[in-house]
Unconditional design. Structure first.
Length: 440
């Protein structure tokens, strides 16, 4: 992509009706973007179907959910789960009796990881085993799903798979230094990408966050053809991240979290959607704003752009409800701290010369981190946390929930008549959607 393509107006269409089928292609875990979309499907009266990534036993063998796990997962989803393990990635796959990629990574140490080399021909064997396993499971899951969809129904596939970090001991320490380290503890993200460790992680990110979307499109081809032949419509969505336009100095400007290592996989995801679109398949990647989730909390400072949403709520026609959000945020702050103090600190952060170099680098995204950028990002994040009464009740938690609500509504309606294969949900459209949802 040469430039971000924003969703510029509130979508008005909705092709989905009670009895249509919503398929969550990814397991619902805790807080995250999928929750907003599932709620929209529930409100529309759709039949909700999910999958599971399965679980690993004590020998790391992949298995389906047991009865207790399945009951809990279906209760959380509010629908039926096809209990066929669809664990993505290949970090725990290997020829029988041979070491997995994670086993090989666990031989690396903090002293040797930058020089340690992997046998890429062997890694490719592991990748092929993992891909074959996933595709075979996806085919079986789609065969079950096919029998759950009546003729004449519309179907919405929501791809939510993301991540792919191998559980390697050395990487846990390295990641902490890259994403949370300052001063002597700072580590270059480029050093990781230049190593065999980093190259393997990027491959696994591709498999989990991007290639699974292509596997879904292929595996659901029979369903797609049958649904469309019977007069129904079928849509696909996926969650991307590629920076967000937020209010900076009174105008909307693209900015990004640095270093977002998964960004390479997210761009691959965009290309998969573009290819599908060129083949007549309505598949759209929605590049969503930064929020706090269980997985994003590793990235210290990724939550900072959220705070500017308060100003967007006002700018985009906010009334009493918008003011109530300002007041709710004020009540989370420590004694003597004003919301204006927080907004001033955020303005200083985004307006700094240190960050502008990254914000003007859309064509080079994702850029590697730097000592100065890490220092500013991490320290600003920590300082703002300190301005709260309770570290477990933050302004960014409240605003994350609002973004989930708005993005769910926007994606659910936009997929009915999508404008293109890749769209950005910037703070202006998020704020407009929230103000409309809470107008009465």
């Amino acid at each position: 992509m040469n430039n971000p393509i924003p969703l510029s107006s509130l979508p008005q269409n909705n092709i989905f009706r009670p009895g249509d089928v919503f398929v969550l292609f990814g397991e619902l875990f805790g807080r995250g973007y999928a929750t907003g979309l599932v709620e929209q499907a529930r409100q529309a009266g759709m039949k909700i179907v999910g999958i599971t990534v399965g679980r690993r036993d004590e020998n790391k063998t992949l298995r389906p959910l047991n009865e207790e796990e399945l009951a809990a997962a279906e209760a959380s989803l509010g629908g039926t789960i096809i209990n066929i393990p669809l664990m993505a990635g290949f970090d725990l796959d290997a020829p029988e009796g041979e070491p997995t990629p994670t086993d090989l990574l666990n031989k690396m140490t903090l002293k040797t990881w930058q020089e340690d080399k992997l046998d890429w021909a062997y890694i490719e064997k592991c990748r092929e085993i993992g891909v074959s396993r996933f595709k075979e499971a996806a085919a079986r899951a789609m065969a079950v799903l096919d029998g759950m969809i009546e003729d004449g129904r519309n179907v919405f596939f929501a791809h939510t798979m993301a991540g792919g970090i191998p559980k390697a001991k050395a990487f846990m320490v390295i990641a902490n230094r890259i994403y949370k380290g300052t001063g002597d503890r700072h580590m270059s993200s480029q050093a990781l990408l230049d190593s065999d460790l980093g190259k393997l992680i990027l491959q696994n990110f591709d498999e989990v966050s991007a290639n699974t979307f292509a596997y879904l499109l292929d595996a659901s081809a029979t369903i797609r053809e049958r649904v469309q032949a019977a007069g129904g419509q079928l849509r696909y969505s996926a969650y991307g991240y590629h920076g967000t336009e937020i209010l900076i100095n009174g105008g909307y400007q693209w900015q990004t979290y640095t270093n977002y290592t998964q960004g390479f996989a997210k761009m691959r995801l965009e290309k998969i959607a573009q290819k599908a679109w060129s083949e007549g398949i309505k598949a759209t990647v929605f590049n969503c704003p930064e929020i706090r989730t269980n997985s994003s909390d590793i990235f210290a400072g990724v939550e900072l752009p959220l705070i500017s949403l308060l100003e967007a709520l006002q700018k985009e026609g906010g009334a009493e409800w918008a003011q109530a959000q300002w007041q709710a945020c004020r009540e989370l702050l420590a004694e003597g701290v004003t919301l204006e103090n927080v907004l001033q600190k955020i303005a200083g952060f985004h307006g700094s010369a240190v960050m502008q170099r990254f914000y003007n680098g859309f064509a080079n995204w994702p850029m590697p981190n730097s000592p100065e950028q890490s220092e500013l990002t991490i320290n600003t994040s920590d300082e703002i946390v300190q301005m709260h009464k309770d570290r477990k009740a933050l302004i960014t938690d409240l605003l994350s929930n609002l973004v989930l609500e708005a993005s769910g509504a926007l994606i659910f309606k936009e997929v009915s008549a999508p404008a293109g294969p890749v769209l950005w949900l910037n703070h202006d459209i998020i704020a407009k959607q929230l103000n409309q949802l809470h107008a009465n």
